[in-house]
Design a protein around this ligand. Sequence first.
Ligand SMILES: C[S@@+](CC[C@H](N)C(=O)[O-])C[C@H]1O[C@@H](n2cnc3c(N)ncnc32)[C@H](O)[C@@H]1O
Length: 218
Amino acid sequence: MALVPYDHSLLPGLKKLHDSSSAFQFAGRHVKISQDWGKLGVAAVVWDAAVVLCTYLELGAVELKGMSAIELGAGTGLVGIVATLLGANVTITDRKSALEFLQTNVKANLPPEVQMKARIAELTWGENLECFERSSYDLILGADIVYLEETFQDLLNTLDYLSSEKTTILLSCRIRYERDSKFLKMMEQTFMVSEVHYDPERDIHIYKAQKHPTSRDL
Ligand SMILES: C[S@@+](CC[C@H](N)C(=O)[O-])C[C@H]1O[C@@H](n2cnc3c(N)ncnc32)[C@H](O)[C@@H]1O
């Protein structure tokens, strides 16, 4: 197999990941997200799935005002920032290595009067879940977090732990490989899963999931 040198200037879809920031207009505000692909990789750039999920939230498809939400694998925090601006109380989480950068973006984009509605917390899927309240969230959000097969079971355990039958889970995904669909199949054992939105331009699906009434919390 020939090895083709990686040149992001040839792939415009990837080039924007190397920009030092990306800017958006959400919830009537200018949101500017710093990026640092070189230093922190996937957690420090805004993925299309996050943009599509923010747009979906802004359309009002789910109630956010006063809701208790948690974002998993938040990366730069764009989704958590927008959910907070739209009125939710949001716990914005990622692995420890991503938290400092995440905190900077959250702080830079939330006006002082809503800063207290967003909390940053370390959450590596499947680990130390007892630090979070079980089954207590109205909404669980995740953008482009279904991509590592070795994390699927831990991610599923995390969703199961954090949710009740009343929780709405929104996962915004690009289905890159067959294994990504496998995760959705795994989810169906515990949750009712349906596709609620598709953005053909960015090739992003949004799936909504809710726990089966019969399933028992872990
Ligand atoms: C493709 S990025 C998506 C980031 C952001 N949600 C977005 O769409 O812009 C995947 C994110 O999942 C996080 N992640 C990967 N494995 C994880 C794990 N085992 N536990 C928690 N977060 C994880 C990464 O740190 C990264 O922020």
